[in-house]
Write a protein that binds this ligand. Structure first.
Ligand code: HEC
Ligand code: HEC
Length: 269
């Protein structure tokens, strides 16, 4: 990436998000197909405060891991291994993700604060009937060993993206991409490349209205080549066994019990 372009990344944003520029062939097709499939009208979205209230309620519940495992049987038809019927990049890795972030996303789908027809249907239908269901499945997922780093070893030519990531993303997502559970910041290291790329477009195009607008503004400043470079860099990061922005749920250094994680989440509320 061009360093001068990187320097234009806004610290505080004054411009409106815009759609990213023209996309090269294969990437264009992949993104266009995914965006089309993921297009969802957010009908009568609830307010951000309704979402925050439900998240707080979910985090206050005592989770039942056995029930969480039962619920995940349904989820695994898409999120499990092998991934069935869904092409690479459509389904994110969620095992071992920071639990507060997981819970927030499920609440956001349920309240139409994040648009995706598949997950909105899961979160409002029989897949997740109650806040207790969310608490149970999140505790189960957070207790699983992360299956991150599906991509191969990082391309050493990515130095510019690495520098960019350190300057603009690491402050929140962590230098190794482990996120921060207390702030509901997701682990992104080793996440699927195509999923990451699609999310960055979804954020800019308004399909994740519960994200801070500054995040959308910041990503909107990047052209598609920069976004592809960043997504590739992040997909190749490996947060296992290293620094974590959320030591209580850090991967690699041994998994704490769900109860400990839940206690940490509550104290963060
Ligand atoms: C029909 C397939 C399907 C099923 C069933 C399904 N998911 Fe998903 N899930 C997806 C897709 C596709 C996405 C990406 C959606 C998007 O782009 O917003 C996703 C996204 C998510 C995310 C957001 C992850 C992130 O990094 O932001 C979470 C959390 C999640 N799913 C949890 C679950 C849980 C829990 C269940 C079961 C109760 C479940 N999903 C069932 C397909 C599915
Ligand atoms: C001020 C803190 C902050 C900074 C800086 C930041 N992020 Fe984020 N990011 C977040 C939070 C918080 C979320 C979750 C938002 C939500 O609740 O939906 C997030 C979500 C994401 C997601 C979606 C992950 C998923 O699983 O769906 C991606 C991709 C992402 N950020 C990429 C980046 C990149 C690339 C940069 C740097 C260019 C960056 N972020 C900088 C806080 C930050």
């Amino acid at each position: 990436m061009n360093e001068r372009l990187l320097d234009r990344w806004p610290v505080s944003c004054r411009t409106r998000p815009r759609r990213p520029g023209p996309k090269p062939g294969a990437v264009l097709l992949a993104i266009a197909a995914a965006a089309l499939a993921a297009r969802a009208t957010v009908a009568g979205p609830s307010s951000a405060s309704a979402s925050a209230r439900e998240l707080q309620a979910v985090m206050g519940l005592e989770p039942n891991l056995a029930r969480g495992a039962d619920i995940f049987v349904y989820c695994s038809s898409c999120h499990g291994k092998p991934v069935q019927a869904l092409p690479e990049g459509w389904v994110p890795t969620i095992a071992g993700q920071n639990p507060r972030y997981l819970a927030k996303q499920l609440v956001d789908y349920r309240l139409s604060r994040r648009a995706d027809p598949r997950m909105q249907s899961v979160a409002t239908g029989h897949g997740l009937r109650s806040s207790q269901d969310i608490a149970d499945v999140v505790a189960y997922l957070a207790a699983q060993p992360p299956e991150w780093g599906r991509e191969s070893v990082r391309d050493p030519a990515d130095d510019t993206e690495a520098a960019y990531y350190r300057r603009r993303c690491a402050g929140c997502h962590g230098s190794l991409g482990a996120g921060d559970n207390s702030r509901a910041i997701p682990r992104i290291a080793g996440q699927d490349f195509a999923y990451l790329l699609r999310q960055m477009h979804d954020v800019v195009d308004g399909r994740r209205p519960n994200m801070r607008t500054q995040h959308a503004y910041a990503l909107a400043e990047l052209d598609v080549i920069q976004l592809v470079g960043l997504a590739r860099h992040i997909a190749h990061l490996d947060s296992r066994g290293g620094e974590s922005g959320s030591p209580e749920v850090g991967a690699g250094a041994g998994h704490p019990t769900p109860r400990l994680m839940l206690a940490a989440q509550r104290s963060a509320l």
